[in-house]
Design a protein around this ligand. Sequence first.
Ligand code: TTP
Ligand code: MG
Ligand code: MG
Length: 381
Amino acid sequence: MDLDAFFCSVEENLNPDLRGKAFVVGGSPDGRGVVSSASYTARPFGVRSAMPTGRALRLCPGLIVVTPRHGAYGRESQRVMQILRDAAPVVEQISVDEAFLDVSDDPRPGEEIARSLRGAIDRSCRLPTSWGVASNKLVAKIATEVGKPRGLVVVPPGREAAFLAPLPIEMLWGIGPRTRERLQPLGLRTIGDLAQLSDSQLTEEFGPHGIDLAARARGEDDRPVEEGREARSMSSETTFARDVADGAILNAKLRELSDEVGARLREAGMAGTTVRLKLRWPDFTTLTRQVSLHQPTDQDGEIFAAARGLFERVWKPGRKVRLIGVGVANLGDRMRQLGLFDASWQQDGRLLAAIDAIRARYGREAVRRGARRGRGDGPEG
Ligand code: TTP
Ligand code: MG
Ligand code: MG
């Protein structure tokens, strides 16, 4: 299950005048605001999540920009998730508006369960949802995307490969930017094109990973639906040789630690929904602060933006810092790869993959994004 245009749908309930209008929930176009959620009326103009709000306004003149009210989205998310938990024995929430349900013990057809839950969420929360019913998470996730908005797509057991075959290859989980570059010259466009390659072609083109890729292209996935994910985390921290009170140095260190954590997450194929900041003062008292994200991240810029926000809330100019650390927790598979519709995110992902590759060859100091040497003050600093 995934909610349709989630933040926008909540805003429509709070302000019915928005219903049917082209609007986004997002940051202000001046500054570095980006779109969080785009209404379905705005989407034919090319307006998408994670796009700079300024660009969205150019694509769609007259677009209404609504400032996010995260408290309301969090509350609505919890209500929806409670409805799911009351109805299914195992519910795995993977983001603020998405969850997998394991209903294999329920004798009713999956379609009936989905239809009844869609109705329940409609009635009690007035929120539209899309549903994918399938034998595993990979296919259910793609079926959910395919049916949006207000979709209910059922893929019967045994029909997984046939369902995926005509879909664009980018919809497949695990097709990152590097793999995609390899696919293009081979003329592979659809998931079916990939599924048809022989094992020897696959290993030749993609290495040992190629066999897994083809299995996914046939819709094979044996990951269980898991209730409480292991709360693993990844972090990097530095103790300064001498206590530091210079905001620019602290900011640069935050950026560096965020980049390090991001690179390690991508290496491990993990992404997390919680960003943590750790600070130790000269008297050894230690403080940690954390913030929840709406989607799992493995992106340096997102980790830095969150860590920076936490830092700004607790650090006063002039205050000396002994240790500073950045971490990402609530880790899981890089589920975000499953839906690669967002062009700006893809570009960022491609850039970061290239940076990782160069760092691996020449060491960390070889690459610094040019902007980092500049102002060093914003998320993309
Ligand atoms: P999504 O489910 O990816 O998007 P959506 O619900 O807005 O639209 P769709 O109908 O395609 O599912 O994300 C859920 C919410 O998470 C979204 O409403 C806002 C937030 N979000 C961000 O803040 N930034 C992002 O880049 C994305 C993708 C989502
Ligand atoms: Mg959604
Ligand atoms: Mg979602």
